[in-house]
Design a protein around this ligand. Structure first.
Ligand SMILES: NC(=O)c1ccc[n+]([C@@H]2O[C@H](COP(=O)([O-])OP(=O)(O)OC[C@H]3O[C@@H](n4cnc5c(N)ncnc54)[C@H](OP(=O)(O)O)[C@@H]3O)[C@@H](O)[C@H]2O)c1
Length: 276
């Protein structure tokens, strides 16, 4: 029996492409908040001959995610689970609730259902490398299931400034990059926990991919991002999907506990003066 592949945030952009690509490994369950986007995503999967399931879910709500995970387990044994849900706008509360609390909820809801050989993949971001937690923030991050986690994590970011390099992306970039640094940190923090079950956990850090999220930026900002890559272009969502599926296929069972970058050279070009 082929195992179920699960993608939250699987109704748009890279999550939808990931769901389509995972169709070669088994039936696919997608989740997102919006019913119309969910129905459209299921139709796109079915058009490609994929056995598709869908259920609305808000990953910032633990109860909603617990119901979603229980539904997943009722379909078939669970293989791989990918959390592509994320936001880069809407204010600090929303960003922290979805990108940080939502990531914790996702791991906690699915880990009990994962079996030896399963993998959990979180979407982080290249922006997560441009900021680092303070010692106080790390102490908060080391207790992600504390009832006060949201309030404390958000309060610590409230006093941050938008990093110089990301000013053009708007005020929410006070919250977004550090929320993704958390995703990277929290993923690594779960390495042993997953390893004990014979499961893998890793995150992937997209650079700039052509999705509805990125297209919210101005044309000028997008052009600047394109110039900052080796090939002068954004990534295609299908390229990210292909990357993830290759990491999940047999042969890479030793790969866990890391954040992997797919960014058309953006990070490398930022970190080292280029030898033209
Ligand atoms: N695009 C880029 O260049 C880029 C770069 C770095 C990192 N990333 C990260 O990559 C991931 C995918 O980004 P994308 O550009 O493909 O985004 P997108 O096209 O905006 O899609 C985001 C998806 O997340 C879902 N979602 C948002 N909040 C949710 C919630 N609370 N619960 C459940 N689902 C939720 C959305 O559906 P609903 O709105 O219907 O819920 C949608 O399916 C995100 O984590 C993003 O931060 C993107």
């Amino acid at each position: 029996m082929k195992k179920l592949q699960v993608v939250t945030g699987g109704t748009s952009g890279m999550g939808l492409s990931t769901a389509i690509a995972l169709g070669k490994l088994g039936p696919v369950l997608v989740g997102g908040r919006n019913e119309k986007r969910l129905a459209d995503a299921i139709a796109k999967l079915e058009e490609r001959g994929i056995e598709a399931y869908g259920k609305t879910v808000d990953i910032s709500d633990r109860v909603s995610l617990d119901e979603f995970a229980a539904y997943a387990a009722s379909i078939a044994p669970i293989g791989n689970v990918v959390n592509a849900a994320g936001v880069d706008a809407g204010g600090g509360d929303l960003i922290v609730k979805i990108n940080m609390v939502g990531t914790v909820n996702f791991v906690e809801a699915f880990l009990p259902y994962l079996e030896e050989g399963s993998a959990l993949v979180n979407y982080s971001s290249i922006t997560g490398y441009f900021v680092q937690p303070t010692p106080e923030e790390r102490a908060i991050w080391d207790d992600p299931n504390a009832p006060t986690f949201f309030e404390k994590a958000k309060a610590a970011i409230d006093v941050r400034e938008v990093p110089e390099a990301m000013r053009a992306m708007g005020e929410d970039y006070q919250y977004y990059p550090i929320s993704k640094t958390f995703t990277q940190y929290y993923t690594r923090a779960n390495t042993r926990r997953f390893g004990k079950k014979g499961c893998r956990i890793f995150s992937i850090a997209p650079g700039a991919f052509d999705t509805p999220m990125l297209r919210e930026a101005s044309d000028e900002t997008v052009a600047g991002i394109e110039r900052g890559t080796a090939f002068g272009r954004l990534g295609e969502p299908g390229e990210m999907a292909e990357f993830i599926v290759r990491l999940l296929e047999p042969g890479l069972e030793y790969l866990t506990g890391v954040d992997l970058v797919l960014d058309g050279g953006k990070f490398g070009m930022t970190m080292a003066k280029q030898l033209d």
